[in-house]
Design a protein around this ligand. Structure first.
Ligand code: DGI
Ligand code: FE
Ligand code: FE
Length: 388
């Protein structure tokens, strides 16, 4: 009769993938609660919210089994089995039936407390389980005035120092073939074996590693990311933008023999002005190399590489996007970059006008020749902006 009740911790999440921040939170919470068991519950992700890159339910279950080691943890498919969007209250009702004599502890990040009263049947949730709020930010104090004093007694704060890690960061790092931090080796092994979170560009990255230095590769990743965001915003194909951005500087580190080898192969005829502007060679040889080696056949992408340095009049949407992304990508830090980033929020054309004017000014101040395409790009933008 007086027997101590079993304490069960409940820790849900998308776990895409589960990382060491999750594991540490679950371990520490279990210790403070004195839990006899912690249920790890991967949530169901509705199909429309899950682009191909994300891992499916069965894969997330398996990664959780690998990540949360030890007798304490049990990975439960209760929400995946129910399918569709799961409500916490339904999960807790079901668990109460399975463990009628246990005390349930629902583990969440304390930032979730702020929106908690908008959860479906939140009051019932509080009768079913004690809420364990793990403090995410240091010194975080939630506003508890919305809760009755009785409800407040059902909330425990756990002061747990957060790890600087997110599943999103880890997915990006894996897509780049990098070594993600805060991921258990077993989970990383599983991800690699099953080709999870592959963005399909690893073959292209292999080429970049042969042709470019580390800084230039980093720059290319940044342009790729930025171009994809701009494409999403302005209605271009984000996958094409991502690839064009990734490969735009592929010939940046080549010597003149390298440039002219591919320009010759492509049969493109260079003008005397082209010859006198070495900085623009890589846009010509880059497009030629990608085309002649059969790496990229899509004409839109080739065009975006071909004109990314000078720009030109009447650029296509994808050409505009890569031109702007090259100037404002996350790695860029020259004085005017903030202005152009703000312009690009509203209008690609305004961003191009500013960028081409900046380039012309810089070249003039350095006594360098200006490529006619750069001038035509500037003229195209200034004429259209005056009309508009
Ligand atoms: O390759 P990135 O450094 O990422 O960027 P980019 O392809 O825009 O190249 C920038 C360089 O190219 C910069 O040093 C300025 C130079 N450039 C751009 N337009 C012209 C130009 N150089 C000459 N000579 N003429 C141009 O019209
Ligand atoms: Fe370039
Ligand atoms: Fe570039």
């Amino acid at each position: 009769m007086n027997e101590k009740k079993t304490k069960i911790g409940i820790f849900g999440g998308t776990f895409n993938p589960p990382h060491l921040g999750h594991v540490r939170l679950a371990n520490e919470a279990a210790e403070r609660i004195g839990a006899d068991k912690v249920l790890i519950i991967p949530s169901c992700i509705p199909p429309h919210k899950m682009p191909g890159k994300l891992a499916g339910g069965e894969e997330r279950m398996e990664m959780c089994r690998l990540a949360f080691e030890g007798e304490l943890f049990e990975v439960s498919s209760i929400e995946l089995d129910r399918g569709d969007k799961s409500y916490t209250v339904e999960t807790l009702r079901e668990l109460k039936k399975i463990y009628p004599d246990a005390e349930l502890y629902f583990i969440i990040g304390s930032d979730m407390l702020e929106t908690f009263t908008r959860w479906y049947c939140w009051e019932e949730i509080m009768t079913l389980a004690t809420i364990c709020a793990a403090s995410r930010e240091e010194g975080f104090k939630a506003d508890l005035s919305v809760f009755t004093s009785e409800q407040r007694e059902r909330i425990i704060f756990l002061d747990i120092e957060p790890l600087e890690v997110s599943s999103t960061q880890i997915r990006v790092e894996i897509a780049k073939n990098g070594t993600p931090e805060f991921l258990s080796p077993a989970v990383l092994g599983y991800i690699e074996e099953n080709g999870l979170y592959d963005d399909g560009l690893s073959e292209y990255r292999k080429i970049l590693r042969e042709k470019l230095d580390d800084y230039r590769i980093y720059h290319s990743e940044c342009v790729s990311e930025c171009a994809a965001v701009l494409a999403e915003k302005y209605g271009a194909d984000p996958e094409k933008a991502r690839l064009a951005g990734l490969m735009h500087d592929v010939m940046k580190n080549a010597d003149s023999d390298g440039h002219f080898e591919y320009i010759e192969k492509s049969g493109e005829r260079l003008t005397p002005v082209d010859f006198s502007n070495p900085k623009v060679w890589h846009q010509i040889s880059g497009a030629a190399y990608l085309k002649e080696s059969g790496i990229i056949t899509d004409g839109e992408i080739l065009g975006a590489v071909r004109w990314h340095t000078t720009g030109k009049a009447d650029m296509s949407l994808l050409e505009k996007i890569v031109y702007v992304a090259d100037f404002i990508s996350a790695d860029r830090d020259y004085p005017d970059v903030g202005v152009v980033r703000r312009l690009a929020e509203k209008s690609l054309e305004d961003a191009i006008l500013y960028t081409s004017r900046y380039t012309v000014n810089k070249l003039v101040s350095k006594n360098l020749p200006i490529h006619p395409a750069t001038v035509e790009c500037y003229n195209d933008m200034i004429i259209n902006s005056e009309r508009g």
